[in-house]
Design a protein around this ligand. Structure first.
Ligand code: DOR
Length: 431
């Protein structure tokens, strides 16, 4: 359809930072032009039925692996952005562990060019260190000049504390955010799941929770030392969440995220050696899962971030200790968060965790969390009562590695508008 024509999201409950109310939303030329009850439908407008839906700002994922360039058999910017749109996302942050990694202006430009045709906005992240090798800083200023707002070596953490200090000192005047994959490689070495009861029973080498926690501690200390902001990625243990809670109470500039899988699954899931449950950081015991859940509800954890990590079938068909870590997330994150946190009557918390809080972490306009006249029409309509069963064959991702195959979820994205364009209508991607 013509992106400049009008669209009306009719009959839903509009949810934003200011509250929830019954209202229709009129969109024209990519912008919200009216929000209210009984607003006139412009001539020729496309009317989208939002009966029973929450209509809120599009979701924002701080942590998406799109695999392009280099691993197009697993995902492309096109397929990943389609999965994102189906999941209600209008912005995703593409992680830099591509091949080659995103550590130079050339790769940033390549991704920006590919992303122009994506079904959502793709924010390009940059590596902190050249080649993500942890030895010398990437040209952060040059990449920031191309619009990169977030830097991370995700897939690995920056092991050298001195280098991380320098990166933080450098990031501060550039106004960019450093994000850390918290994993002490020496402590984690050889571990392919969480070290605990289940790794012992299975006879599989584990990595202790402390491999994550020592880096959380170090980076909180470096935030104090440098005064720079630090964002801690995919936190998975109770003590990590506790450390961030204390750091925030002390006024440090620390934010963090947690994944839907650490919110819903435990290490026991690995008992059958199914590689779909292999992920980094690993799934943890129930007490950690519960602490992540509590952290999301009490404001310690700022955002649900998917860590959508597509891997092709062949890679995942290897033995447990050789298969690559990672699982899909974009198409299931919203329903899992809704269900696991019991947010059926609390759409504002759902959108806060999935939309405006991650938007604010990154300093995006989406951080304002408003559906109001004059805002960009990045919107999604969620039916909180819709039941569906996850069928890997029907996902838009090029990969199939979802740990939720066959699981019934409640809550589904009905429509997604990206900059006014209906990219998902009645649960179907439009291109
Ligand atoms: O499980 C993971 N997969 N954790 C990471 O940090 C990287 C990711 C990937 O790129 O596959």
């Amino acid at each position: 359809m013509d992106a400049t024509s009008s669209v009306v999201l009719q009959g839903g409950t509009v949810v934003d930072r200011t509250g929830a109310r019954r209202a229709d939303v009129v969109v024209r030329e990519g912008v919200v032009v009216a929000v209210g009850l009984e607003v006139p439908v412009p001539d020729g407008a496309r009317v989208l039925d939002c009966g029973g839906c929450w209509v809120g700002p599009g979701l924002v994922d701080l942590h998406t692996h799109l695999r392009q360039p280099g691993r197009e058999e697993a995902e492309t910017i096109e397929s990943g952005s389609r999965a994102a749109a189906l999941g209600g996302y209008t912005t995703v942050v593409a992680m830099p562990n591509t091949t080659p990694p995103i550590d130079s202006a050339g790769v940033v430009r390549e991704i920006v060019a590919l992303a122009a045709k994506a079904l959502c906005t793709v924010e390009v992240s940059g590596a902190i260190t050249v080649g993500r090798a942890g030895e010398r800083l990437a040209p952060m200023a040059e990449l920031a000049g191309l619009g990169v707002r977030l830097f991370t070596d995700d897939g690995s953490g920056v092991q050298d504390g001195r280098l991380m200090r320098r990166a933080l000192e450098y990031a501060r005047p550039l106004g960019v955010l450093l994000a850390e994959h918290c994993e002490d490689e020496a402590l984690a070495a050889g571990g392919v799941m969480h070290e605990g009861e289940w790794s012992s029973r299975m006879g599989v080498p584990g990595q202790p929770a402390e491999a994550e926690e020592v880096m959380v501690m170090r980076d909180i200390a470096l935030a104090r030392l440098t005064g720079a902001r630090v964002h801690l990625q995919h936190l998975s243990t109770a003590r990590s969440v506790g450390l961030v809670r204390e750091a925030k109470a002390a006024g440090l500039r620390v934010t963090c995220e947690a994944t839907p899988h650490h919110l819903t699954l435990t290490d026991e899931a690995c008992r059958g050696f199914d590689t779909v449950f292999r992920v980094n950081p690993p799934l943890r015991p129930a007490a950690d899962r519960d602490a992540v859940q509590a952290g999301l509800l009490d404001g310690t954890v700022d955002a649900v971030a998917t860590d959508h990590a597509p891997h092709d079938q062949e890679a995942k068909e290897q033995p447990f200790d050789q298969a690559p870590p990672g699982m899909l997330g974009l198409e299931t994150a919203m329903a899992l968060t809704l269900g696991q946190l019991g947010l059926g009557d609390d759409p504002q918390t759902l959108f806060a965790l999935l939309s405006w809080q991650p938007g604010a972490v990154l300093g995006l306009d989406a951080g304002a969390g408003l559906v109001a006249e004059g805002t960009t029409a990045d919107l999604c309509a969620i039916d909180p009562g819709e039941r569906w069963v996850v069928d890997p064959a029907r996902l838009a991702s090029r990969s199939r590695n979802t740990p939720y195959a066959g699981r019934e979820l409640v809550g589904r994205v009905r429509h997604t508008l990206h900059q006014g364009e209906p990219v998902v209508l009645d649960q179907e991607a439009q291109r």
